[in-house]
Write a protein that binds this ligand. Structure first.
Ligand code: G3P
Length: 214
């Protein structure tokens, strides 16, 4: 399973890269708005911190505008994946961009039908937002199960990025289902590595070590 960091913050990305577990990064306009740097400079800097895919989001709504915007983003670095919201215009753009060898991450996916069409249009990734579904009392993880099953049935090469991750169980459940990727916020990444019993165990071993005759 690949782990992406869902962040536009260079310190967070550098930190997780240093753990040896970073396979890529996803950003979105909300994450980029928190950083005090121009969008393009930030994406360029992120791309230098990982050789994995770095998602940068298009904000145009019409295919004829999404396509040139995506081409511009793809020129920033070879590992840019352009994020495009799913929809009729997004599908048209994805088909064209896939033909040009540009990786598309079809985002804001909330149904299996959207994921199926995105895969057929040639998206390299689909990003179902599970936390936002859970927030409205739907079952985000059930959507991941559906999409993974459909993609396996037809051997689609499109990879499933489990997005809008809220807590470590989301990552574990996604891994059990066999989702290709989870994109994880920094705080959840930290929670994945920590356990109070590990901390207590280290403390006890150190205390006992002090009693060992040396
Ligand atoms: O990057 C897209 C997605 O992960 C956003 O998550 O927490 O804003 O629903 P969230």
């Amino acid at each position: 399973m690949k782990l992406f960091l869902d962040s536009a913050n260079l310190d967070e990305i550098r930190e997780v890269a240093s753990w040896g577990v970073l396979d890529g990064v996803t950003t979105n306009p909300s994450l980029c708005s928190k950083e005090n740097v121009t969008f393009e400079d930030n994406i360029r800097a992120i791309c230098a911190l990982t050789s994995g895919p770095v998602s940068a989001e298009c904000v145009s709504l019409k295919a004829e505008e999404i396509i040139p915007e995506a081409r511009t983003l793809a020129r920033i670095a070879p590992n840019v994946a352009v994020k495009i919201p799913v929809g009729l215009e997004g599908l048209k753009a994805a088909k064209m961009l896939d033909g040009e060898g540009i990786a598309v991450n079809m985002t804001l996916v909330f149904s299996a039908g959207q994921a199926l069409l995105a895969a057929k249009a040639g998206a390299r990734f689909v990003s179902p937002f599970i936390g936002r579904l859970d927030d409205v009392s739907e079952d985000g993880m059930a959507l991941i199960e559906e999409i993974v099953e459909i993609f396996e049935n037809y051997r689609f090469k499109t990879e499933v990025i489990v997005a809008s991750v809220r807590h470590p169980r989301h990552v574990i459940e996604a891994a059990r289902i066999g989702a290709d990727i989870a994109t994880v916020p920094f705080a959840v990444m930290q929670k994945l590595v920590r356990h109070p019993l590990t901390d207590a165990g280290v403390e006890k071993f150190l205390a006992d070590w002090r009693k060992v005759k040396k």
